[in-house]
Every structure is written in structure tokens, then in C-alpha cells.
Design a protein around this ligand. Structure first.
Ligand SMILES: Nc1ncnc2c1ncn2[C@@H]1O[C@H](COP(=O)(O)OP(=O)(O)OP(=O)(O)O)[C@@H](O)[C@H]1O
Ligand SMILES: [Mg+2]
Length: 393
């Protein structure tokens, strides 16, 4: 079937989509390549052949879907009555709440203003229910006209509408409950240190602890993940400096400071998961102006939750740093200006987090011992950063 790839109201290219194989198999016309996803635009700039562009287009489009590693994907697909996540890709014209790309059937007159999920409500209750409830009811027909066809990431998640605002709701991994709390901890720390961040709060859905954050994209903007910005565009061993340079060259104010803030947060909470889809920039889709970094998001895989054991507190760890995995001590050494961090602003944050964990104990069944260990770890990390700042004074 012939589609026009759209970026909001702008026609990007025309291509044939194989609805069975769920991939593009013919590039018919390039109309406005500047408005293409950056990873595709860069392929064109590199003068790649049509086949390479097609492959990039297909990979990019497939990458919009729910990934194969989503927690309990099989169960979700069964409840949605589809066999693969790729089947969902074109159900709602590929629309998302993280950018403005969509595929318009070639002969259609449909317009962005009539279909986008920022301005048009979608049924979020059913998808939320099949995502988080333990019921194995496969009988209800779930609407596939929703932005939930195009969410990335490993954790169970759903977009909901609350008081006309769009929120992303995420659970913990398997039986772990700490991811949502770690998101909130990250918000507490960022708030106190003045880091530009996405604010997360705790909610309880179907007796499960979830985190909830407001959508940071609107009808005029898109999130461009770092991996697209860097693809074929950096020296892998110098990706950190290259990334900052690219952002600065595209007019993002205080780019270095903002990237540093993210890695300082990761150092404090031992966030292991700062992969290249977990940060990026916000671009205006009308003017293509780069506006800012994306507010720091996805901080749940932290505080050594994977390595937790009841006996000892492991206070070190490794984090992702562009194309490498490094000790946090090495990552922090890249920060040029650590002195600007007023660590005293974190006084009381351990107690605040301790209160939060106790508040939900009747749902999480987390033992006092575990809470105590988690808070001891947090306390140690803050002290470690304090010592590091003192040494570098
Ligand atoms: N507040 C938001 N507004 C718009 N888009 C968002 C928002 N938060 C996350 N996203 C998008 O949704 C994707 C998935 O969210 P997130 O990274 O929080 O999930 P995750 O399951 O924890 O991911 P991972 O697999 O990295 O652990 C992000 O990569 C980003 O593209
Ligand atoms: Mg993520």
C-alpha cells in the first residue's frame, strides 16, 4: 500500500508499505527530506542508495513499535488479539505521543489536526487494564486506535489521559517495585539541584505501584533520541564531546551543563541504564529548530536494584556512557564543572525517600530492612559525591 510519510503537516516522502511484511519495499518519491526523522535524513546526506534508505526507513518504523523485550509482551499481544507487535504499527497510522510522524494513505485526505493523539482523546482505560491487572480476560475488544501501539522500552507502560493531560504510566520490571520509586527519587534530586527534568510521581493501578509523568512533547515538538543524533555522526570513542558539540552547534543553550547534570544524577543514584534512547533533544517540528535537551527521563534502573541482597550494601557500580559501560567513578571524571553542585541541597532527601518507601509498604510489602539498606546506599552515594566535589575543589 502506498503511503506518504508525514511530519505533522509536512510531506516527507512517498513509499510503498508491505502490510504483510510490515516493511517499506519501494521508495517512490522524496518530497521534503529535511523533515524526515534525523536518522533517515542523515542516510540521504550520506548519499546512500535507495535500498539503504528503504532499509533505514523500515528499521526506523519498526523501531516505533513495542519492542520484543517488553516485559510480558506475549501476554499483552494475546490480550490485544494480535500475533506480533509489528501488526500494531499501522493501526493508528503510526502516530505517537513522542513525535509527530505518521503515515498517510496516499489517496486519503485525512489531516494531522483530525487524528493526532495530543488533541484527540483515546480510550486509555482498557489498555491500562490489560497492561497492569492480573486478570486473564482475553474477551474484551481493545481499541487499537491509540498511542500505545508506538511506545518504546522494556517496562510495562500505557499512556493515559487525566484532566486533559497525557501521562506516561510505567510499572516495575517483573515483580520488582523499585523502578517507579527510583523515578520519583530522581525527580526529588533534580528538583533540589535545579536540574531540568521530567517530574515523576507514584500512583497505584490495579494494586500495583507505577510511576506517572506528563508528556514532554506537544503538537509542535518531537523528541529526538541521542542514538539518532549520533548515528554515523560521531567518533564512537569521542561520542561524549561530539554529542555536546552537535548540540551546541544546533543552538542548544548550556548543552554541556545539562548533559553533565544527567550524569551527576546517574552517579548519585547509580543509574545503570542511560543508553542512547534514554536521553535526547526536543526539536520544533514546524521550524526544525533545536529547542532544548529533553528533560531528564527514565531513571528507574538505579540503586543497584538488580544486585540487591539482604546482607550487604554494594555502593559502587557501572553505568552506560555513550557506546561504553564504565565505572561511575570514570563517568563522573568527564564533568568539567562539578563545583557548581550545591550538595547541601540534598540534605533531607534520604529521609524524604525513606518516608515515601514506608508510605507504600502495605502495597509493596517491602521490609524495613530493605528500605533501610536502600536508604543507606543512597546516603553513601551522596557522601561519595560530596567527597569527590571536596577533592576537586
Ligand atoms: N514524558 C514523556 N513524554 C514523551 N515521550 C516520552 C516520555 N517519557 C518517555 N517517553 C518516550 O517513551 C520511551 C519509553 O519510555 P521510558 O524510557 O521511560 O521506558 P522504559 O521502559 O523505562 O525504557 P528502557 O527500556 O530504556 O528501560 C522513551 O524512550 C521516550 O521515547
Ligand atoms: Mg527508556
Amino acid at each position: 500500500m502506498k503511503y506518504i510519510l508525514m511530519n505533522k503537516n509536512t510531506e516527507v516522502l512517498v513509499a510503498e508499505y508491505d502490510t504483510l511484511l510490515k516493511g517499506f519495499n519501494e521508495l517512490i518519491e522524496i518530497k521534503n527530506i529535511d523533515y524526515a526523522p534525523i536518522i533517515i535524513k542523515n542516510s540521504c546526506q550520506a548519499n546512500q542508495k535507495d535500498n539503504a534508505i528503504l532499509e533505514q526507513l523500515t528499521n526506523w518504523f519498526k523501531g516505533r513499535g513495542i519492542p520484543s523485550f517488553r516485559d510480558d509482551l506475549d501476554l499483552l499481544l494475546a490480550k490485544l488479539n494480535v500475533t506480533t507487535a509489528e501488526e500494531l504499527l499501522d493501526k493508528a497510522l503510526g502516530l505517537s505521543l513522542s513525535d509527530q510522524y505518521w503515515i498517510k494513505p496516499y489517496d486519503s485526505n485525512v489531516e494531522y489536526k483530525d487524528i493526532n493523539f495530543f488533541e484527540h482523546d483515546f480510550n486509555s482505560a482498557d489498555f491500562t487494564n490489560i497492561t497492569f491487572s492480573d486478570s486473564n480476560d482475553y474477551s474484551s475488544k481493545i481499541s487499537l486506535i491509540s498511542p500505545n501501539n508506538t511506545t518504546d522500552g522494556r517496562l510495562k507502560k500505557t499512556w493515559i489521559i487525566d484532566n486533559h493531560k497525557r501521562y506516561l504510566v510505567k510499572g516495575g520490571y517483573k515483580n520488582e517495585v523499585m523502578q517507579p520509586f527510583n523515578e520519583v527519587l530522581a525527580s526529588m534530586i533534580c528538583e533540589r539541584l535545579g536540574f531540568y527534568h521530567t517530574k515523576y510521581q507514584i500512583d497505584v493501578i490495579a494494586n500495583k505501584i507505577v510511576s506517572k509523568c506528563e508528556c514532554f512533547v506537544n503538537t509542535d515538538t518531537e523528541l529526538i533520541p541521542a542514538h539518532q543524533i549520533l548515528h554515523n555522526n560521531c567518533q564512537k570513542e569521542n561520542a561524549y564531546e561530539d554529542y555536546i558539540n552537535i548540540l551546541e552547534n544546533n543552538g542548544i543553550a548550556k548543552a554541556r551543563e545539562k548533559i553533565e547534570d544527567m550524569f551527576i544524577l546517574d552517579y548519585i543514584i547509580l543509574n545503570e541504564d542511560r543508553h542512547l534512547n534514554n536521553f535526547g533533544i526536543i526539536r520544533d517540528v514546524n521550524t526544525l529548530k533545536w529547542l532544548d535537551v529533553a528533560p531528564i527521563f527514565d531513571n528507574g534502573q538505579a540503586l543497584n536494584i538488580l544486585d540487591y541482597n539482604d546482607e550487604e550494601v554494594i555502593i559502587n557500580g557501572q553505568g552506560r556512557f555513550f557506546y561504553n559501560v564504565n565505572d561511575f567513578e570514570k563517568i563522573i571524571s568527564h564533568i568539567k564543572n562539578i563545583k557548581r553542585v550545591d550538595i547541601s541541597k540534598l540534605d533531607g532527601v534520604v529521609e524524604e525517600f525513606d518516608d515515601l518507601l514506608h508510605q507504600y509498604q502495605s502495597i509493596t510489602h517491602m521490609t524495613d530492612r530493605r528500605i533501610n539498606k536502600i536508604c543507606t546506599l543512597l546516603f553513601s552515594r551522596i557522601n561519595k559525591l560530596k567527597r569527590y566535589i571536596d577533592i576537586n575543589e
